[in-house]
Structures are given as structure tokens and as C-alpha cells.
Design a protein around this ligand. Structure first.
Ligand SMILES: *[C@@H]1O[C@H](CO)[C@@H](O)[C@H](O)[C@H]1NC(C)=O
Ligand SMILES: *[C@@H]1O[C@H](CO)[C@@H](O)[C@H](O)[C@H]1NC(C)=O
Ligand SMILES: *[C@@H]1O[C@H](CO)[C@@H](O)[C@H](O)[C@H]1NC(C)=O
Ligand SMILES: *[C@@H]1O[C@H](CO)[C@@H](O)[C@H](O)[C@H]1NC(C)=O
Ligand SMILES: *[C@@H]1O[C@H](CO)[C@@H](O)[C@H](O)[C@H]1NC(C)=O
Ligand SMILES: *[C@@H]1O[C@H](CO)[C@@H](O)[C@H](O)[C@H]1NC(C)=O
Ligand SMILES: CC(=O)N[C@H]1CO[C@H](CO)[C@@H](O)[C@@H]1O
Length: 573
């Protein structure tokens, strides 16, 4: 089955490649004319043009990965929001299909906004999404595939029962959106969460249903906060304790914790807790905005994310919208805005206190030529060029050994905000142990550089490790936002090497510190460090030496991302 489907896709690709209707032809021209489009990416998911935001309803069905996303078919700014739809066999190479949902009905005429998919019994996927109706009220709607035998799920039919949840009983109609993937409790009822605001604060409304059409709201929300604003794009799912595998959303396995994620303050925050399916009680370990707890998927540019369970590889995968860090005028000029993160697999850490994220293994298939170093000393105040790869399109892994750690500076008790420390102590602020790390998308003369680095401090007989992504010198252009990002990372440098992996792709740098304990995504728009003019360095601007115990850097090939059109729908023979 799978092989024949692959052949159909392969054949279809050839057909699409020659088809005049292909919109990717234009996309490719843009890519090669890099002076015009230096910021388009080579292996991140992007539509050929226009505005994209939240990932919606990702799923794995009959051997195929599906990604839907918020899309404006007409412009590079938000508006006329539809559910665009793309498919893949490997989460790396993609085919754009026709839109799954367009704003054409009274219950979604002002936009088909975010939502999720759920796979019901007998392998039946359904979409729940928010519609902005004729009165600009937010309502929840249902859609089902027109043809369940079509593995591409090209056509979707909106339910005649829509809207199936409406803002009644005092629910704010302007803040009632983004249904989660539903899960089934031991009583057989389906449960779903909808993001909401009450008295200025965030909460996750809980609904139950027997048939997925008729829903009853629970008296109490699953969880709420008095310290946050509206929760957009909630996500709720189990993670295995001490496990190597992801867990299905409806799983009732005992050895799990539950993750509740909400999007607010421009970030995706999450909390961990214990969920009791019989009572729908969610008892949290630490709450949103608790002192000393600031769990985020990513401490940079990363919003409105969504996970799904991949039953083929028994893993949970996280997708996220990565916004531009540029003004709208520039988005309109370049004709597009927004892209998706590299999908990340997500697990609970051994400590049970946080999540660990790592780029899906499939992305390694794009690795081409590599360079590597072992046991290379980096003297205090030195840099090392990593030459021999295309530094604008690369995957870099580096780890450091620290021998002089006892010389680390004392941490000031007032240094509680890691982002603030990173913006005050940039890469050019010399310390003793650190800053050390890498300079990416750098110009040859280093006037442009994005520095991803670590600093070590001593505090109460322990060591504190800070990870920063410093964009202050990322571009000679005036427009881009050059804020620094940072987070403390739970590593004891006495016992563990400090490692970093960065995926660099023209205008995006996704960095994973401490094997995925802290992730920071940055958008950067260099003026000089473009294509072949981009350089990669390792650096140490501390006064003490550090050792690169291992460095591997690879050129990354371009992913194949192509468009199908209405007249040339993929089909099985
Ligand atoms: C449903 O999809 C299958 C597989 O693509 C196809 O053979 C069949 O003709 C489709 N049925 C309809 C009614 O379109
Ligand atoms: C529900 O969780 C709260 C803590 O959030 C706890 O105090 C309470 O005992 C739990 N109730 C049940 C029925 O488990
Ligand atoms: C959190 O910190 C603030 C200010 O530092 C303090 O006023 C508050 O009591 C703390 N709350 C808790 C729960 O520790
Ligand atoms: C937005 O970017 C454009 C193009 O880079 C620039 O000309 C314009 O001044 C910028 N506007 C603002 C408000 O920053
Ligand atoms: C780097 O490439 C060489 C061949 O050029 C290969 O032998 C080696 O295994 C590669 N190293 C890694 C870490 O992929
Ligand atoms: C190291 O610090 C010096 C002094 O502040 C600065 O001039 C230089 O740019 C820094 N190096 C890097 C790689 O940031
Ligand atoms: C082509 C199209 O439907 N464009 C519409 C997009 O949305 C704006 C309002 O947000 C309408 O004015 C356009 O007509």
C-alpha cells in the first residue's frame, strides 16, 4: 500500500513539476533570485507566498502526515483566514493541496480560525475549528472528510449542525476559540477544551459529548488562572514518565503526567500536573507564572503551537508558528509572512519537571557535507571559523568541556530575569566562564552576527547555566527587532558537557541547549551574511579557556515543497 502511494506521489510530483498551474515555479524563481528574497528558507515549511500563522490539526492518517494552517490566500497580512492544507511522508518534503476550509458560511464567514483534528473510532478524522460568524462572534464548528478512502483527505465537508458550540451563558463571544484535540474518558464521552477569557484572565473551558455533535459545557473549567490574560490555542496531552515514547491523547496509561499549554504574552507557556479522567480534575505541580517557574516551549519567537500523536513512530510532535520579526511594510514588500518551526518530538525529562524537545529525526536526511572537530581548545577571547559548509543553510552540533568552572563569576541575587541578563550581558560583554558558543549568519568581518552562547555563574555552592540568543548585531538593517532572548538551563556543568544544536536556515535559527532542555528560536535578517556570504564561528569571550569536545556541522539540502492545484489533484490509481 505504502509503496504504491509513494509512487503515485512521485508521479504526481513529476506532473506538478511540469504543470503550468504550479505555484511553486514562482517560489523557486524567488529562491534563486536571492538578492530579492534572501530570507526565504530552504528546509522550513512555508507556503509559496502570503500570510501564514498557526499550525492547525496536524495528524497522521493512512501513512501520510497532514498539516493544516491559518492562511490568507490574498495577501501577506492577516485576513480572510482559511485552513490551508499540505501533506508529507516524512515531515520534511511537502505537497500543498487545495484549502481544506474557506470562510464561506454564516458560521465562519469572517474567518476559519484555529482548531484541531481528532481521530474518532474506526480511523475517522474530524476537524473542530473556530468560526468568526456573521456577527463576528466566535463559535466552534465541525468538519469531516468527504471521502474516507482518500488518504490525502483533500475535501472536507462542514457539518450541517454548525455551529456546535456557541458563546452562551455569559461567555465572551470575542474570546472563545481554538478547540483542542479531543480525548475520550473512561465513560466513553469525548472531552475538548476551548480557550476563553473571564474577567481579563485565561481559562480552558471543558465540554463533553457522546456523538461529537452535541456538546455540554462542564460547570468548571479544566483549569484557569488569575495571573494571565486570555489563553489562545490551548493544548492538553499526556506524556510518559521516564518514557522514550509519546502517548496518544486518549490514552489512560497510568505512568503519565499531563501537559497544559496556553499561548499568551507572545509565548507558549506550559504547566505539568496530574489529570484524573474520572473526575476531570487537573492538579498542577506548578502553575502559570508561579515564582521561580517559567516553563516555555521556546524562549524566542514561537507561538500558537500544536502537538499531535504520531501513531506510526509512537511519538508526540510539536509544530509552531514562527512570526517575522520585521514590520508589516516589509512583509508586504517581500510578499510573505510567517513560517513553521521544524517539527519537534517532545518528551518529559528524567527529572519530571520539564519537557525535552528535539528536531524530528527525519530532518537529518537533509544533512549533506559535514565538517567536524574534536578536543579543540578555545582560548579566552578567541574565535574559530568553521569553514567548508554553507553557513546560511546548516545544522550545527557542538559540545563544550569546562575545566576552570570554579572560576565562574558569582551570581548576583538580583539576576532573576534571564532575558534581561542576556540583553545586558551580550556576547561582547566579557565574563570569566563564558560567553562561549557559536556565531551564526555572520558576515566575514563580523559586523553582522547572531551569537548563541552560554555563561556559567556560581550561586550558593552550585552552578547556574544561562543560555542566550543575542540578536543585537544580527543585521546592519534598521527594521528588524533585535531583542535578546534567554533562559536558565537545568544542567550541572560539573557532571555534564554543555551542548548546543542550531538549525540555521537563511532567516531563522532554532537552537536547542542541553539536549533540548532550553529551545530558543530567532528570526534574523542580515544584510551582508546572505547565502555564500554567511559564515559560522565558534567563540569564547570569557577570560578562561574552554574546550570544544565535539563539533559537527552539516550543509543542509533544500526540502522539496511543491504545490498541487485544483485541476491536478493527487489520487490513488
Ligand atoms: C474516494 O477516494 C478513493 C481513493 O482515492 C477513490 O478511489 C474514490 O473514487 C473516491 N470516491 C469518491 C466518491 O470520490
Ligand atoms: C482536585 O485537585 C485539587 C488540586 O488542584 C485537589 O485539592 C483536589 O483534592 C482534587 N480533587 C479530586 C476529586 O481529585
Ligand atoms: C512571588 O514573588 C513576589 C515578588 O517577588 C512576592 O510578592 C510573592 O509573595 C511571591 N509569591 C509566591 C507564591 O511565592
Ligand atoms: C518598515 O520597514 C521598511 C522596509 O525595511 C522601512 O522602510 C520602514 O521605515 C519600516 N517602518 C517602520 C515603522 O519601522
Ligand atoms: C562526515 O562526513 C564523512 C565523509 O565525508 C563521514 O565519513 C563522516 O561519518 C561524517 N560525520 C558525521 C558526524 O556525519
Ligand atoms: C568579545 O568582547 C569584545 C569586548 O567587548 C568585543 O569587542 C567582541 O566583539 C566580543 N566578541 C564576540 C564574538 O562577541
Ligand atoms: C478576496 C477577498 O475576499 N478579500 C477580502 C479579505 O478581507 C477583507 C476584509 O478583511 C475584505 O475587504 C476583502 O474583500
Amino acid at each position: 500500500m505504502k509503496i504504491s502511494v509513494i509512487w503515485v506521489i512521485f508521479f504526481s510530483l513529476l506532473v506538478f513539476d511540469n504543470g503550468i498551474q504550479c505555484s511553486h515555479g514562482a517560489g523557486r524563481k524567488l529562491q534563486s533570485a536571492s538578492t530579492e528574497q534572501p530570507y526565504r528558507t530552504a528546509y522550513h515549511f512555508q507556503p509559496p507566498k502570503n500570510w501564514m500563522n498557526d499550525p492547525n490539526g496536524p495528524l497522521y492518517y493512512k501513512g501520510i502526515y497532514h498539516l493544516f494552517y491559518q492562511y490568507n490566500p490574498y495577501a501577506a497580512v492577516w485576513g480572510n483566514i482559511s485552513w490551508a492544507h499540505s501533506i508529507s511522508y516524512d515531515l520534511v518534503n511537502w505537497i500543498h493541496l487545495d484549502h481544506a476550509l474557506s470562510p464561506e458560511d454564516p458560521f465562519d464567514i469572517n474567518g476559519c480560525w484555529s482548531g484541531s483534528t481528532t481521530i474518532l473510532s474506526r480511523e475517522k478524522p474530524v476537524i473542530l475549528y473556530t468560526g468568526s460568524d456573521t456577527e463576528n462572534r466566535q463559535v466552534q464548528n465541525l468538519a469531516v472528510p468527504k471521502n474516507l478512502s482518500d488518504p490525502f483527505l483533500v475535501e472536507w465537508v462542514k457539518s450541517s449542525h454548525n455551529p456546535i458550540m456557541t458563546p452562551v451563558d455569559g461567555i465572551d463571544p470575542q474570546n472563545f476559540r481554538d478547540p483542542t484535540t479531543a480525548w475520550q474518558g473512561p465513560d466513553g464521552l469525548w472531552r475538548v477544551l476551548v480557550g476563553n477569557r473571564m474577567n481579563g484572565h485565561g481559562r480552558a473551558l471543558l465540554y463533553r459529548s457522546q456523538d461529537f455533535v452535541s456538546w455540554t459545557r462542564s460547570k468548571d473549567p479544566l483549569h484557569s488562572s488569575t495571573k494571565t490574560d486570555m489563553w489562545e490555542c490551548p493544548d492538553f496531552y499526556p506524556v510518559a514518565i521516564d518514557g522514550k515514547y509519546g502517548v496518544d491523547t486518549s490514552s489512560q496509561e497510568k505512568f503519565t503526567k499531563h501537559v497544559l499549554k496556553a499561548s499568551f504574552n507572545h509565548h507558549d507557556y506550559y504547566i505539568l500536573g496530574n489529570y484524573t479522567p474520572t473526575t476531570d480534575n487537573f492538579s498542577v505541580d506548578t502553575d502559570f507564572m508561579d515564582n521561580g517557574s517559567d516553563l516555555r516551549y521556546d524562549y524566542g519567537q514561537f507561538y500558537a503551537s500544536k502537538t499531535f500523536f504520531d501513531s506510526a513512530k509512537k511519538r508526540r510532535i510539536l509544530w509552531s508558528w514562527i512570526q517575522e520579526s520585521e514590520n508589516t511594510t516589509y512583509d508586504i514588500k517581500k510578499g510573505w509572512s510567517g513560517l513553521q518551526s521544524i517539527p519537534r518530538s517532545i518528551l518529559l525529562s528524567k527529572t519530571g519537571k520539564q519537557l525535552i524537545q528535539w528536531p524530528v529525526e527525519e530532518i537529518e536526511e537533509l544533512r549533506a557535507k559535514n565538517v567536524s572537530y574534536q578536543s579543540k581548545q578555545l582560548k579566552g577571547g578567541s574565535i574559530l571559523e568553521v569553514s567548508g559548509i554553507t553557513a546560511s543553510q546548516a545544522d550545527v552540533e557542538i559540545s563544550f568541556d569546562l575545566s576552570n568552572i570554579k572560576e565562574a563569576e558569582l551570581m548576583d541575587p538580583s539576576w532573576v530575569d534571564p532575558q534581561l541578563i542576556c540583553s545586558q550581558k551580550t556576547a561582547s560583554f566579557r565574563g570569566s566562564v563564558g560567553p562561549f558558543g557559536i556565531l551564526v549568519l555572520a558576515s566575514e568581518d563580523l559586523t553582522e552576527q547572531t551569537a548563541i552562547f552560554f555563561r556559567i555563574f556560581r550561586s550558593n555552592g552550585k552552578y547556574v547555566v544561562l543560555m542566550c540568543s543575542d540578536q543585537s548585531r544580527s543585521s546592519l538593517r534598521e527594521g528588524p527587532n533585535k531583542a535578546s532572548y534567554g533562559a536558565f538551563i537545568d544542567i550541572d556543568p560539573l557532571y555534564e558537557k554543555i551542548s548546543l544544536r542550531s538549525l540555521i536556515d537563511h532567516s531563522i535559527v532554532e537552537s536547542f541547549g542541553g539536549e533540548g532542555r532550553v529551545c530558543i528560536t530567532a528570526r534574523v535578517y542580515p544584510k551582508l551574511a546572505i547565502d555564500e556570504q554567511a559564515y559560522l564561528f565558534a567563540f569564547n569571550n570569557g577570560t578562561f579557556d574552554v574546550t570544544i569536545s565535539n563539533l559537527n556541522a552539516w550543509n543542509m539540502k533544500k526540502a522539496q515543497i511543491v504545490s498541487a492545484t485544483k485541476r491536478r489533484k493527487p489520487h490513488l490509481n
